[in-house]
Design a protein around this ligand. Structure first.
Ligand code: AMP
Length: 218
């Protein structure tokens, strides 16, 4: 099963992807998580990406494509993958198409998660993330708090508010989304694999995606 998740920051792509990973044993590939771990490890890529990320801007396509170029050949993608946060520009989408065609892989579903600006602001400012780059579990102080405040349930590391989840950075990320990423909806909307669903709670969204994929594979 190969899925692309689209939608603004805070629409719940990460949570839906996590659910699909558990249910179907397919790999979640989040370019945001990959970049945050590169920043944390102080790599060349991390250093190049850090400023863009803090400002809520997109990292240049060339850096992202370098990460993704050979990613699908890795063993953990054998059963499929869910792309969470990639592609984010038309150029990335075109490049993805070329990469997958070269590997004779097809996408089973392109899912757009719909969410209003109000919902996004509320969700992102209440979000906390595990500070351990190898874990990065996501919590919400209202709807999914860790059992012990400020401590990750999964690995015991402190949970933190990300630098790019301040109200100013969020506003910038939403503006960037509207300018660069929202046009992807038009790019994909005539694709038979395209589906747009309101992002309410993750379970019905994951059910709907699984239903669409099984219907299409019949
Ligand atoms: P995310 O966790 O997906 O919201 O990503 C966090 C940040 O990483 C974004 O605000 C961008 O600065 C950067 N980023 C992640 N994925 C991409 C991508 N596909 N293209 C460009 N920048 C990205």
């Amino acid at each position: 099963m190969r899925i692309i998740l689209l939608g603004p920051p805070g629409a719940g792509k990460g949570t839906v992807a996590e659910l699909l990973t558990v249910r179907h044993g397919i790999k979640q590939i989040s370019t945001g998580d990959i970049l945050r771990s590169e920043v944390k490890n102080g790599t060349e890529l991390g250093t190049a990406a850090e400023g863009y990320m803090r400002r809520g801007e997109l990292v240049p396509d060339s850096l992202i494509l370098k990460i993704m170029e050979n990613r699908f050949l890795e063993e953990d993608c054998r059963k499929g993958f869910i792309l969470d946060g990639f592609p984010r520009t038309i150029l990335q989408a075109q490049s993805l198409k070329t990469i997958l065609a070269g590997l004779s892989m097809k996408i089973d579903a392109v899912v757009n998660l719909e969410a209003s600006d109000d919902l996004i602001l509320r969700r992102l400012t209440s979000r906390r993330t595990c500070s351990n780059p190898g874990c990065q579990a996501i919590y919400n102080i209202y709807t999914k708090p860790p059992k012990v405040e400020g401590i990750c349930d999964r690995c015991g590391s402190p949970t933190i508010q990300r630098d790019d989840e301040t109200p100013e950075a969020i506003r910038q990320r939403l503006a960037t989304y509207q300018e660069k990423t929202a046009p992807l909806i038009d790019y994909y909307k005539n694709d038979p694999a395209f589906l747009s669903i309101p992002s309410l709670t993750p379970e019905p969204v994951a059910d709907e995606i699984a239903r669409l994929v099984s219907e299409r594979s019949r």
